[in-house]
Design a protein around this ligand. Structure first.
Ligand code: SF4
Length: 369
């Protein structure tokens, strides 16, 4: 049985065996070892790896208008260093890896990296968050290399607003990316839409994407990550946050007004595969789902299962905390055991929650979401 089928079967078996909460559900399945817990008793089995701070978009809530000073060549982790750090990560029980950016597909060697992560002992799932623009050219190779799932960032279905939000992008390029992801057979294909009140996005139009195609549209509350981004007043403001409960109400009201049924909860069995904290709903009979990620109105820190690795080699225990561990220097000076110690330190350093912290020294493009 091919590795992918074996790991998928093991995961399905593991899911069937465990009725407990589905959030941190995968650990010790390949090696029979217990995934390590952080100092708050949470199982940490998910590593988000940012491959670059570069991006072919300039989204208003992610980076300043004039972009960010790109990381220098020597600052960036080399692909083989990322592989080594990921391999060491499996020793603390990391089982799922998500590749992020900036835009991960602009990083040279990304397809080979996916293949080596996929073939890495202990890793049962390799996924990616992308803006989708390069997927038409790369989806088939990524799938063949072992990438199983993709999340595609898309915040509006209005072409003009799309160019306003991304500052440089064209809506059709991301829509073609979504088509390419479905054609390549990624499962699931999820859409990540950051909701910002002043943008007045057409949320029902988004939710309706889940009806005729197996698309899983997730609405993410606008997070105060980064310094006040950009001089054109595009910085984070609490008044722009739309709590998920309010948004669900808005969508249902508009759906009923259009003669559609209301969204109903999918329950655990109906949710798409994932390692994330989204709560899922669906239009009865729809091929896809509608999810809500509520880091502010209903945070999920008590179930946090992740660590982040930045493109310049810092291990970041929490998205909102600026405390980081220099794993790049540890690797270059002390090898794999020094990296292992960094992971132990990160598990000890993870905060119990974000305590509504506003602002971080790094922009989202320098962390990877
Ligand atoms: S805010 Fe920090 S502690 Fe909370 S879920 Fe995110 S990474 Fe985990």
């Amino acid at each position: 049985m091919a590795k992918r089928d074996k790991s998928y079967a093991l995961r399905r078996l593991y899911l069937a065996k465990n009725e407990s909460s589905s959030y941190t559900e995968v650990s010790n399945i390949s090696k029979g070892e217990e995934a390590m817990k952080d100092s708050h008793g949470r199982v940490i089995d998910y590593l988000r790896i940012s491959l670059t701070d570069k991006c072919n978009f300039r989204c208003i809530y992610c980076m300043p208008a004039d972009g960010v000073q790109p990381m220098g060549h020597d600052e960036l982790l080399r692909i083989e260093e990322i592989e080594t750090i990921a391999r060491v990560a499996t020793r603390i029980g990391i089982r799922s890896v998500r590749l992020t950016g900036g835009e991960p597909l602009v990083r040279k060697g990304v397809v080979d990296l996916v293949a080596s992560l996929h073939d890495m002992d202990g890793i049962v799932n390799v996924s990616m968050t992308t803006n989708g623009v390069l997927l038409p050219d790369m989806a088939a190779d990524l799938k063949a290399a072992g990438l199983s799932r993709v999340n595609i960032s898309l915040d509006t279905l209005d072409p003009e607003q799309f160019t306003y939000i991304t500052r440089v992008g064209r809506l059709e390029s991301t829509l073609r990316g979504i088509d390419a992801a479905l054609e390549a057979g990624f499962n699931p294909v999820k859409i990540n839409a950051v909701t910002v009140r002043r943008l007045n996005q057409d949320f029902l139009a988004f939710a309706k994407l889940s009806i005729d195609r197996p698309l899983h549209v997730r609405f993410i509350e606008y997070m105060p990550v980064g310094e006040s981004t950009g001089s054109d007043g595009t910085g984070w403001d609490r008044s722009d946050v739309i709590p998920s409960e309010e948004l669900l109400g808005i969508i249902n009201e508009r759906a009923v007004a259009e003669g559609l049924p209301e969204l109903v909860s999918t329950g655990d069995d109906g949710k798409p595969i994932g390692w994330g904290p989204a709560r899922y709903y669906e239009f009865p009979g729809a091929k896809g789902t509608v999810g809500f990620i509520s880091p502010l109105s209903r945070h999920f820190c008590s179930q946090c299962n992740r660590l982040r690795l930045t493109a310049d080699g810092k291990l970041r225990p929490c998205l909102f905390s600026d405390r980081e561990i220099d794993v790049r220097s540890a690797l270059r000076k002390g090898g794999e055991d020094a990296v292992y110690d960094c992971f132990l330190e990160a598990l000890n350093m993870k905060p119990d929650d974000h305590h509504d912290k506003v602002g971080t020294e790094r922009n989202m493009s320098q962390i990877g979401g």
